[in-house]
Structures are given as structure tokens and as C-alpha cells.
Design a protein around this ligand. Sequence first.
Ligand code: DAH
Length: 344
Amino acid sequence: MENKIKEIRQNAILKIEQATDLKSLEAVKNEFLSRNSEFNNLKKGMKDLSPEQKPVIGALLNKVSSELNSLIEEKNEIFYKKELNEKLLSEKIDITLDGDYIPMGHVHPLTKTIDEIVEIFNLLGFSLIRPEFSPEVEMEKYNFDLLNVPKEHPARDVQDTFYCEDMPNVVLRSQTSNAQARQMMNSKPPIKIISPGRVYRNENVSARKNNLFHQIEGLYVDKNVTMAHLKGVLNEFIRLYFGSSRPTRFRSSFFPFTEPSVEIDVQCIMCKGEGCSICSGTGWLEILGAGMVDPNVLNDVGIDSTVYSGFAFGMGIERLAMLKYAIDDIRLFFNNDIRFLKQF
Ligand code: DAH
């Protein structure tokens, strides 16, 4: 038995020396020291030895086993370091090389304008409407009836509004005012919301008009809301949006859902006097419609108009963006010409 152990030891030492990497070393370890190895079988055979032989062979087995283990461990350490070094060298990054250029995208100028406007109204205490109160595909009832727009009103004409062929009482909303009735039917005053989004009108497309555009609607209903609140909020909005106080003009106007109604003009941004192409020489630019919510509108949605009052406003987002950034053609927003979009 002693000879067998010595033979195995010599054989193992030879193979450990011959191992060239971690993998072949592992194979040697398995061959000589694993549970099924010949060496381990000798350990199992100890029970059949005579009492005199047991301690001698036992000690020898232990000695050889720890000798082989430490030889393998030593070599393992060397191979491990070597392989790690090779790996680090092969994965070395040359930080002096130029990186790949990844062009940065950015938000669309209309999205940017909407974000700016929403932020200003948030500051003024208005919150964003829940999207389900402001759908783009809308019942005629919310787009017109509940806004006090009578059946024979020209705005309902198919010339202006896109009707759904199969469902005559469904339209693509022609104004974000559709949000008003839904909001008022689903919540109690005080109501102070804004609702930005797309609207659709059957227009002839030109530099000033597109059949898809964006509006933002605002609605404030509470006790004792007056025209002075309307004026204060909208003047403050104009000041914050255009970045400086800019003369405004409130002109009386008409909308079926407000009484009284106004249109608000701001002084022309880059007025060239008599022949100015932006304001047609008037010196003023109309930017929004507004007014005190008509009592009929309040009563129709179940809000007592003898207790509550409110104001509402609506503005075209493209128009506001065009005025701020001096853009002269609304179609530029929709053509996706990268040369235009890159400027924002
Ligand atoms: N909906 C109107 C339009 O599209 C704009 C408007 C005017 C909205 C007056 C309002 C308002 O809420 O009070 O022309």
C-alpha cells in the first residue's frame, strides 16, 4: 500500500508540473483528489488494515494529500494571476480614442410651448385636467350643445367640423372647450383647470391655418369669480409667457358659452408700422378668446349660477409659438423638416 501511495504521489506531482493553465490544473485536481479518485479509494480501504499499519498509512495518506493540495494551490495562484493579467491587457480601453457621436434629440417646439404654458398656469393655481375629461374624438353634445352652441350655429357646419360618417353625433373636437362640461359634471367648484390638446377643423391649409392644430383651454369656477380675476390671470400669463410686460387690449367679442366675452390682443411683437405683415398694420395681435362662463352653461351641468360664477379662456398654441419665435408659417410645425426643428 505504501508503494501504491508513493506511485500516485509521483504521478500527481508530474501532472501538476505539466499543467499549463487553470483548466488543466483543475483536471489534475479532479483526477487525484476527488471523491472517486484512486487516492480516495485507498483512504476508504483503511478499515481493512491491521491496527499496526493503520496509523502509519493514515499519516502517510494525510501527508501526501496535504502536499498535493498545497502544490495545486500554489500553481493555481500563479495561473490565476497570469490569466487575470492577460484578460486585463486584452480588455484595455484606449481613452484617448474619439467616442462615437450620438446626436441628442429634443422636444418638438410645440411640446415645448405647451410645457411652458402649462407651467405658467400651474404657477397661477390651475391644474392639468384628467385626460378622460378631454377626448379628441367627442360627442357633439360636449363639443357644442353643453357649450350653449345652438344647432343652427355655423361652427357646427360640416365646413368647419369633422363629423364621423357612421355616427353623426360624434365629431373630432373643434375646440378644447369640450373639456368644460365634462369637468363640471364630474367635480364640484372650486374648479381651476387647464386642458391642452389637439383640435381639428376642416380648413383650407395655408401659412396661417392648418386642419389640425393645438389649443389650451382654461376654466375657473367658484363663488364670486369676476371679470377682474379673468383680467388679472390672463395679463399675468401674457407677462410671464412673453417675458416682459407687454401692452394688452381687451376687446369685447362674442362666444356662445361666455357672457360677456372678450378677445385679448397683445401689441405686435416686431411691428413694422403701416405695412407690417404680422399685424396687418393694426399694431395688435389677437391671441385668445375668453369670457365669463354663460349662466346657461353652468345651469346645464348642474352648477347653480346664482351661487357660482366663473371665467374661461381658450388660445391657439401654434399662434403663441409663432409670435414668440417669429415663425411665419404654421405648416412648419407639422412638416418635420429637421432644419426647422433643430433650431429649438
Ligand atoms: N373655443 C374658442 C375657439 O376655439 C376659444 C374660447 C373662447 C374658449 C372663449 C373659451 C372662451 O373658453 O371662454 O375659438
